[in-house]
Design a protein around this ligand. Structure first.
Ligand code: ASP
Length: 304
């Protein structure tokens, strides 16, 4: 049994095998390895799972390849709207932000919400006001401009229907530390061309993000409306807590039955206190990886 370990995803909604060149694939894998290694280093040195998942997600937020932070997709208005959350499985403490536009690392802001406020979820301008009050500078719009995402918006606008396979994505991390504590973190730029400042599952406790030392830590990616309707992360945890299911069975059930039965697509990562982990998805692929105590950083994209 591993003493500690980290599992990450880089989204399930942006991949079509025919569009992924060997070069781009190598870049994605490199991005995943960097994130995994940073989280692993913290855990290996005896750091907390909370710090490890935050660091792993921060690194993907700074990487323009992933739909979060710098590489966030464009909204209908040609702006950005990012959501992030993290949860401590030891205390069930949560911090989350939704609909933020100018924050370089929404996951860092979510951590501040958890630690500084009696609230757990801040949205929009209020979240940005709180950021500034805590010395976090707002980034100009062009920091979040990537040509790939802009083209994506133009293509989506031009086609009659939104291509849910390629127009979204999210990143997340779940970890177990040497003290046996679990944590989860998720960060997203939402879905391309979304309107009315729509908010997805990522910052909603129990939908896109959940952690509880009694059961597991979970982070999801996919069509967020379905993850909220199915309360997927909490449901997975509840299957373990109340039905005594194994992590693998509960995670598979959450995606292949509970999510699929209502027509949802996506995937999740989950880890339990014994170092068991699962990475199920029902999309063509999901950027993902794990790095367990004594092992090495492993990454995968499609069904391999
Ligand atoms: N779940 C995210 C959302 O709905 C998007 C994604 O993971 O692809 O905002």
């Amino acid at each position: 049994m591993p003493d500690f370990g980290i599992v990450i995803h880089g989204g399930a909604g942006t991949i079509l095998r025919e569009k992924l060149t060997a070069e781009l694939e190598a870049e994605f894998r490199q991005g995943l390895v960097e994130s995994l290694s940073a989280g692993y280093e913290i855990l290996n040195a005896g750091g907390t799972s909370l710090d490890a998942v935050q660091k792993a997600v921060t690194i993907m937020e700074d990487n323009p390849l992933f739909n979060c932070g710098r590489g966030a997709v464009f909204t209908y208005e040609g702006k950005h709207s990012m959501d992030a959350a993290l949860m401590d499985g030891r205390t069930l403490a949560v911090g989350a932000v939704a609909g933020v536009r100018q924050i370089k690392n929404p996951i860092v802001l979510a951590r501040l919400v958890m630690e500084q406020l009696p609230h757990i979820l801040l949205a929009g301008e209020g979240a940005e006001e709180f950021a500034q009050a805590n010395g976090i500078a707002l980034m100009p719009d062009d920091y979040f401009y990537t040509e790939r995402r802009w083209k994506n918006l133009l293509e989506t606008r031009a086609s009659a229907t939104t291509d849910h396979e390629t127009s979204h994505g999210t990143v997340g991390a779940v970890a177990l530390d040497r003290s046996g504590n679990l944590a989860a973190a998720t960060s997203t730029g939402g879905m391309t061309n979304c309107r009315y400042r729509r908010i997805g599952d990522t910052p909603i406790v129990g939908a896109g993000t959940y952690a509880n030392n009694k059961t597991c830590a979970v982070s999801t990616t996919g069509h967020g409306e379905f993850f909220m309707r199915g309360v997927i992360s909490y449901d997975l945890s509840a299957m373990i807590e109340y039905r005594g299911m194994t992590l693998a069975d509960a995670a598979a059930h959450a995606i292949h039955h509970r999510l699929a039965d209502i027509g949802g697509s996506g995937g999740l990562i989950a880890i339990d206190g014994r170092g068991n982990f699962a990475l199920p998805f029902n999309t063509p692929g999901m950027y993902r990886g794990f790095f367990m105590d004594g092992g090495k950083a492993e990454t995968a994209i499609f069904r391999e």
